[in-house]
Design a protein around this ligand. Structure first.
Ligand SMILES: Cc1cc2nc3c(=O)[nH]c(=O)nc-3n(C[C@H](O)[C@H](O)[C@H](O)COP(=O)(O)O)c2cc1C
Length: 211
């Protein structure tokens, strides 16, 4: 029996037509995004670059270790990824490389109202995909007992992961806006996020308008 809430993502590729150097050179913040749909392959590739599992090691002591596309302090991996498509809101499961449906409603308009700038609101409303990168506060506390360091580390981790996403978007010919200027208190009710998942970035992605 298949679970209708689970959207299995295509296997991400590990080679592409653009060099890393060209992706670094091409990357720039794109605030005007077209509404043209993305393929499931593009969504899969972007999520993999952000938080995909790259390797699983099974050492003889039985304690399995995994690696992701971005580093994590103390191997805590506290980032949680939400994916907003016109078909609804999904939670990304890195191990299974699948999306789990949380809401079948198009939540782009209510989420957009969290952004301060009109042009950021418009990007969320128009783009076919917005990734909401959050941190699981409870998992983050496993990184170090010092609260001050936890706060510092989670933002560094989000930055590492988001740069991978930005480079992957550039290599797919897509544009991405980094939004941090938002009212956090509006994101929680718009997406019905659990309180322990604190939003760090809103990341609308799509084709640049000339495409
Ligand atoms: C931590 C951080 C927060 C940012 N927040 C926003 C934002 O809220 N809205 C926005 O439109 N751009 C935001 N930006 C994008 C910057 O404005 C952009 O990176 C800068 O203008 C340089 O342009 P470039 O990304 O094209 O090189 C942010 C960038 C960073 C690194």
């Amino acid at each position: 029996m298949t679970d209708e809430k689970v959207l299995k993502l295509p296997t991400p590729r590990h080679k592409g037509p653009m060099s890393l150097e060209a992706a670094i050179k091409t990357r720039k913040t794109t605030r005007e995004l077209s509404s043209k749909s993305l393929s499931l392959f593009q969504v899969s590739q972007l999520l993999w670059a952000l938080q995909g599992v790259t390797q699983i090691e099974e050492p003889s002591d039985g304690k399995s270790l995994h690696y992701r596309t971005a580093p994590s302090s103390g191997r805590a991996f506290p980032l949680e990824v939400y994916t907003l498509l016109s078909s609804g809101l999904y939670h990304f499961k890195p191990f299974e490389h699948e999306l789990y449906l949380l809401s079948g409603e198009d939540l782009r308009k209510p989420l957009s109202e969290a952004a301060y700038a009109d042009f950021n609101q418009e990007a969320i409303q128009t783009s076919p995909l917005t990734i909401v990168l959050t941190v699981d506060n409870k998992a983050a506390l496993k990184m170090t007992p010092l609260l001050e360091d936890v706060i510092r580390y989670v933002h560094l981790e989000a930055g590492h992961a988001t740069q991978n996403l930005a480079l992957q978007a550039a290599s797919l010919g897509l544009g991405l806006t980094i939004i941090t200027s938002f009212k956090i208190g509006k994101v929680y009710p718009a997406l019905k996020l659990p309180l322990k998942h604190r939003p760090i970035y809103l990341l609308p992605i799509g084709y640049p308008p000339e495409d």
